[in-house]
Ligand binder design. Structure first.
Ligand SMILES: Cc1cc2nc3c(=O)[nH]c(=O)nc-3n(C[C@H](O)[C@H](O)[C@H](O)COP(=O)(O)OP(=O)(O)OC[C@H]3O[C@@H](n4cnc5c(N)ncnc54)[C@H](O)[C@@H]3O)c2cc1C
Length: 371
């Protein structure tokens, strides 16, 4: 039996961030995953370190503010992995939101960013846009705005945080099947394919698997997830020269993200409520066609994409949090759910974006207060 101060279950961005934070405070930490590091949602995102411009519309100012603060810290911490980029936002006559509303949103976004180094939003020259984005239809384009957010590579970032944790003498065990977890007021014992481990504190950072994990180990929990999947399509070549924030007629949004490092372009994402087990999920043809239709609505006839142009597809699940038993009241903000038996502490991490992992890890340390 090996003893630790803390065991973290789940090596996505949140589990890695929490493990690293505890290790940097001198704690003896074990990080376990049933797959590899960053193989879950943390490699299925839009790869943005962003405040979430569209959350302003639903009044989630706290989330946007915290995310923008973390964005600044992350760009400074990992400049080789996270870079500020300008996003182009064309506004057509058919745009579901008027130009003034988007300009107001961008003004607030600039204000909440509070950093000059990132750069401010502004109006782009339309003729220049037509020259640089020749595939886009020209009729009925009213204006083009641009703003700044940050871009990363999600799995590389997660692996980097795991490497930082290991450099602090933290232990990572991947492809580990935890068969059973026993807990009482003296601590947890994890019985796994890699051996048995004991700790007084267990952090459950299994992302969108959390409900399945809680059921498997009969853990108490005050929250549940609403699992909403999103897919991304990958195309060969750089479809556009800059990142783009696009609107659909139904007021949804999607991104076009050129990745010069791989000479590919990502387009995503979608929203679909999922009820299947996490390990059985697949991208649906209807969602693939939906994204093709959305992008094609903006492209000239000789630049349209066909199904066979799609080089690859990936699917991830957003862990949206709801109070146990409640069907509505879903939030994109994360919740820390603490359960104790004597000095033994079980903490569930419900939700949490890639962007906010630093703040989340800091809050976890405060909530657990390990001496
Ligand atoms: C389509 C989409 C786009 C997104 N885009 C962005 C974006 O651009 N920017 C942003 O900030 N956020 C974005 N997000 C959100 C972000 O990607 C996730 O919220 C974040 O990656 C969740 O990280 P996590 O560590 O909580 O979960 P995960 O990365 O899913 O990690 C959970 C880990 O737990 C492991 N696990 C599961 N069960 C067990 C078990 N029984 N035992 C051991 N290990 C287990 C899994 O293998 C997995 O590695 C997006 C999400 C989606 C779905």
């Amino acid at each position: 039996m090996q003893n630790y101060d803390v065991i973290v279950l789940g090596a996505g961005i949140n589990g890695c961030g929490i493990a690293e934070k505890f290790a940097s405070d001198g704690k003896h930490v074990l990080l376990l995953d049933k797959n590899g590091v960053g193989q879950g949602t943390s490699s299925k995102s839009s790869r943005l370190i962003h405040g979430g411009l569209r959350y302003l519309e639903t009044g989630q100012l706290h989330l946007v503010h915290e995310s923008l603060r973390d964005r600044k810290r992350l760009v400074e911490k990992y400049p080789e992995l996270i870079e500020y980029k300008r996003f182009f936002l064309p506004i057509y006559k058919s745009s579901p939101r008027p130009g003034w509303m988007i300009r107001l949103g961008l003004w607030m976004y600039d204000l909440l960013s509070g950093t000059r180094s990132a750069g401010k939003s502004h109006r782009e020259d339309i003729d220049d846009f037509h020259k640089r984005f020749p595939a886009f239809v020209e009729q009925e384009l009213r204006s083009v705005l641009s703003y700044v957010d940050a871009k990363t590579h999600d799995r590389e970032l997660t692996r980097r945080v795991a490497d930082d944790f290991q450099n602090l003498t933290g232990s990572v065990i991947v492809h580990c099947d935890v068969q059973n977890i026993a807990w009482d007021s003296t601590g947890f014992i994890l019985y796994s394919s890699a051996g048995n481990f004991r700790a007084p504190v267990l952090v459950n950072a299994t992302g969108p698997w959390i409900d399945e994990v809680n059921e498997k180990y009969s853990f108490p929990a005050n929250f549940q997830l609403r699992k909403v999947s999103g897919i991304h399509l990958i195309f060969d070549g750089l479809v556009v020269p800059e990142l783009m924030f696009m609107q659909t007629r139904e007021r949804r949004v999607f991104f076009i993200i050129p990745e010069p490092e791989s000479n590919q372009t990502l387009i995503g994402t979608t929203e679909r409520e999922e009820h299947e087990s996490m390990d059985l999920l697949n991208a649906k043809e209807a969602d693939i066609q939906y994204l093709l239709d959305q992008i094609n609505a903006y492209l000239k006839p000789d630049h349209q994409f066909q199904r066979e142009d799609v080089r690859d597809i990936y699917i991830g699940v957003r862990p949206l949090v709801r109070k146990k038993g409640a069907m509505s009241d879903v939030s994109r903000e994360y919740k820390l759910d603490l359960h104790t038996k004597g000095d033994t502490k079980l903490l569930h991490i419900f939700g949490g974006k890639l962007t906010t992992y630093l703040s989340l890890a800091e809050k976890v340390i405060k909530v657990l207060r390990i001496g």
